[in-house]
Design a protein around this ligand. Sequence first.
Ligand SMILES: Cc1ncc(COP(=O)(O)O)c(C=O)c1O
Length: 391
Amino acid sequence: MRDGRDPAGMPSERAAAVTPFAAMDVLERAADRADVIHMEVGEPDFAPPAAATEAAVDALRAGDDDYTTSRGRRSLRDAISGYYAAEYGVSVPAERIVVTPGSSPALLTVLLATVDPGSAVVLSDPHYACYPNFVRLADGVVRTVGLAPDAGFQPAVSDYDAAIGDDTAAMLLNSPGNPTGAVIDGESLSALVALADRTDTAVVSDEIYHGLAFDAAAHSVLEYTDDAFVIDGVSKRYGMTGWRLGWVVCPRRYVDTINAIAQNTLICAPSFVQAGAEAAIRHGTDWLDGVRADYRTRRDILCAAAERWGFDPGYTPAGAYYMLLDVSRLGAAPAVADALLETAGVAVTPGPDFGANATEYVRASFAVSTDAVREAVARIDAVLASATTLT
Ligand SMILES: Cc1ncc(COP(=O)(O)O)c(C=O)c1O
């Protein structure tokens, strides 16, 4: 008996604490309609770099369909290591990299390796909707630091300092950030790393939107320290969400622990996908220039519309492909999101999923095509022309 409950036949307390992912719930509801513009999920409309598809198909045809080592193929890890040298001028030996089936299992593995039951993990608020659930699955406790739109959703290092105590295992950073699209400046990142070092707190940096900063330089924590976990993958950068390929860069003393968890729970990332991911990393750099330019165009269209609608969130996203829209003048965010789906056929995610500081907002993803962004804006223009409230 736990808490007076008979556990037989019931989900564990850990599992029961996991909340649904609102973007996926909206996607399910939107699936009943044919003409919906899907701005609720972060699904890039771009086909991956052609070299990636060719390499994966070639690998499959050549019978490359067996287990690899849990760490991942050496040639892929060398390519990832080369990426860090080329992008950030830092040396990340392949030995510190463990490849995973998507970055999500990488994050879970890192939290399992760093968080003891009851230890705190410090997150920003707003934050990626799934983070608190990851922390709970690792039996950790969520502690949040508020970010504000008038500060461009930049972290104040003093707030992190106040949030970290003896019970704190890790700080989880995310830049460019979901759901804000904010890019943490180098000075703040370096100060956060110094704070973590001083307080013996693990740094876990989710850099899945790196390569997609169009208005600011996205810095990797690896520019400031070797003693950090970096979570990354090919999902967002190369439009390869369904391929399921991520990785974690580990501090040296953690590599064997992370690898042991991966050996037991993940076995390996799919072998032919590793071949495709390697080609994307080695040959996808020029391809990314066009993608970034398109995201900036879409961001600009949406920002101009947000101002017209009175949804201006008070900041401008500088990366990733998300924007928070302040819909408070029309009603509660979940009801506004429902109404936009019903009346305009535009799916967005209600803000509360992203933390207490996002309750007034809906999150719109501009990973859909530029034409789809224009069409969504035209539809919302039409709906708002005749409405003072949507709820
Ligand atoms: C901040 C953030 N981290 C991680 C992920 C998961 O990425 P992956 O497809 O690599 O599991 C997402 C997906 O939306 C995300 O927004």
